[in-house]
Structures are given as structure tokens and as C-alpha cells.
Write a protein that binds this ligand. Structure first.
Ligand SMILES: [Zn+2]
Ligand SMILES: [Zn+2]
Length: 221
């Protein structure tokens, strides 16, 4: 299979798109610990999502019922709902189901936009969604926001590298790869929960950053 937005060939067993960082398999757990009271904003979010779906989806683009396991989203917190939509988009994306991924992507971004607060992990999810939709500028904005909050957070370097690659800024992407490698060891010893949840993405990015550094050395810069 191929990544539909970046075109990278993906192994059937891939857990992520190695090119654009999109997660595969939907195994990302809901990492929300803030614990907003469940259902407070949930009903409103659900109503809006339904409204968006009804208004924006031509009948032919509605996903087949078989693709919708229909989780009981009425029982989810807004944060869980956003995470679930993120996972749904990433799963569809890496399964090559471009139309379905595009259908859910705006809903996922909308769900994040309605959260009262965004932590670093949420901003990373938003940035990956932005990359999946080809919106490099939005992903770079999330990278900047993460960097302002936590200057050496690895997710900022990851989003930055991917966003700059999308913009064909090879030199800038290399700097981001290098910054990632510079801070990786110290950052990963901090045991941030989001690092555990995205360990495979971090490992994959490490391999790519190392390869990029080696390629640069071979080419003499
Ligand atoms: Zn991709
Ligand atoms: Zn996450």
C-alpha cells in the first residue's frame, strides 16, 4: 500500500507512514489525563459533528456502514472523541482509504478546535493531521507552539522536519533532524507519557534523522 498524501510505499505491517509520520493502526491510546467532566461539551460536539457530516458529505462520499464500527461517542469526553477521530483518520490514511480519511479529517480537526485546552500531544496530533492534509504551514505553526511551551520537545522537531520537507526546504528539514538528534537522548530520559505513546514514531524518526545526517555527510553538505 501507499501513503495517499505523500505517496510513500508502506509495508503491510507498517505502524506509521515513515515519510509523513502518520500513525497506522489506530493503536494510539487516549492519553488524556486532564479529565474534564465527561459529557459537558460532549453533546454539543456530537451534534456539531453530525451537522457537519450531514451538511458537507455528498451521499456518495459517506463511508460504507461496514467501515464504521460505530463507537458510542456519546459516552466519550471531548478529548477522547478527538483522539478517536485522529486515530480513525490515521488508520484510514495508512490503509490507503483516501476518500474516507479526507471525510474524517476535517471532523478530527474540528474536534480538536473545540477543546478548551490543548496539550503538547494534542498539538502533535493536530500537526500530523495537518501534514496528512498537505497543510505544511499549519503543521509548522503547531511545531512553533510546542517549541514555545517546551523548547526541546521532540514532537516540535518532528513536525518541523516534516513540514519543511513538504515545503521542499531541504536545508531547514536537515536542521530539524539535527536538532532532534541533539536533544533526543536527554528528552527521552524524561519519560514524557506522550513519548511512550508515540515510541514507534520516535524510533522511526530517529532512523530517518540518522540517515539524513549520514546522507549529508556523504554528500559533503
Ligand atoms: Zn504519509
Ligand atoms: Zn498522541
Amino acid at each position: 500500500m501507499n501513503c495517499h498524501s505523500c505517496g510513500a510505499p508502506l509495508a503491510a505491517t507498517a505502524r506509521f507512514c515513515h515519510k509523513c509520520g502518520a500513525q497506522v493502526g489506530g493503536t494510539h491510546t487516549s492519553g488524556w489525563r486532564a479529565g474534564l467532566p465527561w459529557g459537558v461539551a460532549g453533546a454539543a460536539v456530537g451534534a456539531l459533528i453530525t451537522l457537519i457530516a450531514l451538511r458537507t458529505a455528498p451521499r456518495s462520499r459517506l463511508p460504507a456502514p461496514s467501515m464504521l464500527p460505530a463507537p458510542d461517542i456519546s459516552q466519550m469526553s471531548p478529548e477522547e472523541r478527538a483522539t478517536r477521530l485522529y486515530n480513525r483518520v490515521m488508520t484510514l490514511h495508512t490503509q490507503g482509504k483516501a476518500d474516507s480519511a479526507e471525510f474524517f479529517l476535517p471532523m478530527a480537526l474540528q474536534a480538536y478546535a473545540m477543546l478548551p485546552a490543548l496539550d503538547v500531544d494534542a498539538r502533535y496530533h493536530i500537526g500530523v493531521l495537518d501534514l496528512t492534509s498537505g497543510n505544511a504551514a499549519a503543521a509548522l505553526a503547531q511545531a512553533d507552539t510546542i517549541r514555545r511551551a517546551v523548547p526541546t520537545h521532540l514532537f516540535a522537531f518532528m513536525l518541523r522536519a516534516r513540514g519543511l520537507e513538504l515545503e521542499r526546504d531541504t536545508a531547514g528539514a536537515r536542521r530539524a533532524y539535527r536538532d532532534f538528534l541533539t536533544h533526543e537522548a536527554a528528552e527521552r530520559t524524561r519519560q514524557r507519557p506522550e513519548y511512550g505513546e508515540h515510541a514507534e514514531n520516535l524510533d522511526a524518526f530517529h532512523r530517518q534523522a540518522t540517515a539524513a545526517a549520514a546522507a549529508k555527510a556523504t554528500r559533503g553538505g
